[in-house]
Design a protein around this ligand. Structure first.
Ligand SMILES: [Zn+2]
Length: 190
């Protein structure tokens, strides 16, 4: 358990350093047996200590004094629907989130694993932290490993935390490449 908490904290630091999250945004969790270990609310992912991580049961009741992320319900619903998922990374990474505020979809490129569909799945906007967002996100992700939350951000899931973390990096890189190509193709050649 201790080593999985350190991996969780390491992922938080990595995604902060790579600017996939900033300020106090974003949240990360792992499944630990009957419980979920999740990042706390209103705290930067830059500098978390093991005592900051909140253990909650599948009803969202925290086992420690500190409060879990406001998106804890979304994490719980996804774990309930997907027994194969052991880690969830939620970011507001700028390029992918930029796409989520537009009508353009992010292409699903090689590197995500099996390409079953042309674009990443997405769901319509629901208030962050709401029950509706939790329900829609767990439905929307289906059997995919990435879900775009319109006008909000990105969810990546994995068998383990490293998988979810690298997916979050990859989604952002993909969105960035697609953005650059859209910009270049929109300019007339000189
Ligand atoms: Zn969010």
């Amino acid at each position: 358990m201790e080593s999985s908490i350190s991996s969780l904290i390491e992922t938080c630091k990595n995604i902060y350093d790579r600017q996939l999250v900033s300020g106090k945004a974003g949240n990360v969790s792992i499944r630990v047996g009957e419980y979920i270990a999740i990042t706390p609310t209103l705290k930067s992912l830059n500098d978390l200590k093991s005592e900051d991580i909140v253990l909650v049961d599948f009803d969202g009741n925290p086992l420690s004094k500190n409060k879990p992320s406001s998106e804890v319900g979304m994490h719980i619903e996804i774990y309930k629907k997907r027994p194969d998922v052991n880690a969830i990374v939620h970011t507001h990474s700028p390029y992918a989130t930029g796409f989520s505020f537009s009508s353009k979809k992010i292409k699903r490129l090689e590197g995500f694993g099996k390409v079953n569909q042309k674009y990443l799945s997405s769901i319509e906007y629901e208030k962050p932290g709401s029950k509706q967002l939790a329900v829609n996100a767990s439905k929307g992700i289906g059997n995919e490993d990435v879900l775009i939350l319109k006008e909000h951000g990105v969810i990546c899931v994995g068998k383990n935390i490293k998988e979810a973390e690298s997916l979050a990096n990859f989604v952002e890189e993909t969105a960035k490449t697609q953005f650059i190509s859209l910009m270049l193709n929109s300019v007339k050649d000189i």
